[in-house]
Design a protein around this ligand. Structure first.
Ligand SMILES: [Zn+2]
Length: 479
């Protein structure tokens, strides 16, 4: 029996030993091989990478067994950051691949990011995988696939050194960087490339350790950035960089110890890109500051707001031909001179390239953006099976409120592409269900502190009512 809830919007994820085990991984490998052959009949080669979690090695071994039983030749790239698994598909021209990773989730979790062709699959494609497993609808291939090991870390390292080592020249500003890999996989790669770029690197928790003994590898939670902030300040560094467990999310600290969120990084990167690619499409997720979208437009770009979720963003980038996309949570996707997937290591190199070329620090690069008051991501616990109903009820409530026009707050617009992003007079609030955790995520931004509090309490109150709606099972008509 497989629990439905592990097949999520853009990956497959669950508690190890409870939702997913080696057996599941074996069948997932078979199911993936089946779907790969169905959708790409001449597909022969795929890669499998894994993160540092204690269960990842076994899960990867069993996935590979499943894949070779379907006649797929597997390139085993071993322990590496998620972006290096993406990189392997381009570098080795593969037909797809699987990354075994629990990303930033609690240690008891693990999961899988699946790619067919060069695209990570989501939504319906993930449901196809579920169906194939449930129906055991695979036809074993007469010949077993081969397994070959490949050192992707060296290949990626060489690629990045070729691209960025020119910055080690005397003419560029020296930069001191603190790197906090949170004992995830980023430490395997990033520090060496930074040194080749002529940076002075201070290492923090760069040894991979799947128990995450120092802090949890999730740089979106300020608590996890405490050490990085302290050391960046103490050492007088220009920038502090943290990564999530599989290095597809970045967390940045400026020289004064302030957190520079993903959407602010987008401003720095988009300004640089728009100088060279005028009119380019740039995507921000629904959690991003309004300042990002305004800044992109002001600099001649085409700003697009889209759903949160790495596979969804990558898909939208292709549709729009976007050169850059980013999520507030630190997934940064660069298709300008690169492959367009979320690679927090590559984003680091590009940021430092900008700092070196302009000679400016992060604060100076962001000095002219309007000052806004905002919250980080606020997570409210919510059982998996309640999330959808609560958010739907909330969206409906906000729409009703807006239409009635009788309340004390003016709602100017509601974007319902992913939960509700409610635009008020002086700011906005977002309520959406998390695709990765049993929680509802909120975020707020406003021109002044008073409005921020007002918008937050309004939506928190509406969410409570939506919870009651969902629990009563009475739908949203009851209001
Ligand atoms: Zn991640």
């Amino acid at each position: 029996m497989i629990d439905d809830k592990i097949f999520r919007a853009y990956d497959i994820r669950g508690i190890t030993g409870q939702d997913i085990d080696n057996n599941f991984a074996f069948y997932l490998g078979k199911s993936f091989g089946t779907l790969l052959r169905r959708e790409k009949p001449d597909a022969r080669k795929a890669s499998v990478g894994r993160d540092v979690r204690l269960s990842s090695k076994n899960l990867a071994t069993y996935i590979i067994k499943g894949m070779i039983s379907m006649g797929i030749n597997v390139c085993d790239i071993g322990l590496c950051p998620t972006p290096l698994q993406y990189f392997s598909m381009y570098h080795l021209d593969l037909d797809g691949g699987i990354m075994v990773t629990g990303s930033h989730n609690p240690p008891e979790y693990n999961g899988f990011k699946l790619s067919i062709g060069k695209d990570t699959i989501f939504g319906e494609e993930i449901q196809k995988i579920r169906k194939i497993i449930e129906e055991r609808s695979w036809k074993e291939f007469p010949v077993l696939g081969q397994i070959a090991n490949f050192d992707i870390i060296s290949a990626y390292h060489d690629f990045m050194v070729r691209r960025f080592s020119y910055l080690s020249g005397e003419e560029y500003r020296k930069i001191k960087v603190v790197v906090d890999a949170g004992n995830g996989t980023a430490g395997l790669v990033v520090t060496v490339v930074l040194e080749a770029m002529g940076c002075e690197v201070i290492r923090l928790y760069c040894e991979p350790d799947g128990r995450f003994p120092n802090h949890h590898p999730d740089p979106t939670v300020p608590e996890n950035l405490k050490d990085l902030i302290r050391i960046t300040e103490e050492k007088g560094a220009d920038i502090g960089v943290g990564y999530d467990g599989d290095a597809d999310r970045i967390g940045v600290i400026d020289s004064s110890g302030n957190i520079v969120w993903g959407d602010q990084l987008m401003i720095i990167l988009s300004r640089d890109i728009l100088k060279r690619v005028p009119g380019a499409a740039i995507i921000g997720d629904v959690k991003c500051s309004q300042v990002v979208f305004d800044d992109v437009e002001r600099n001649g770009g085409r700003a697009i707001m889209w759903k949160t979720g790495h596979s969804l963003v990558k898909d939208k980038m292709k549709q729009e031909g976007a050169v850059l996309a980013g999520e507030f949570s630190g997934h940064i996707f660069i298709a300008d001179d690169y492959y367009g997937y979320d690679d927090a290591l590559y984003a680091t190199f590009r940021l430092i390239e900008i700092m070196k070329k302009t000679g400016l620090g992060l604060q100076e690069l962001l000095a002219d953006i309007p000052h806004m008051y905002y919250t980080p991501e606020i997570r409210v616990d919510c059982p998996e099976d309640q999330k959808k109903a609560r958010v739907e009820s909330l969206v409906k409530r906000c729409k009703d409120y807006s239409l009635s026009g009788s309340g004390p707050l003016l709602i100017k617009k509601i974007y319902d592409i992913d939960g509700a992003r409610v635009i008020f007079e002086k700011g906005w609030g977002l309520v959406r269900s998390s695709n990765t955790q049993p929680s509802i995520v909120m975020r707020f931004e406003a021109e002044d502190e008073q409005s921020l509090t007002l918008y937050r309490s309004f939506l928190e109150e509406e969410l409570k009512k939506a919870k009651a709606d969902a629990e009563a099972g009475a739908g949203v008509e009851k209001r």
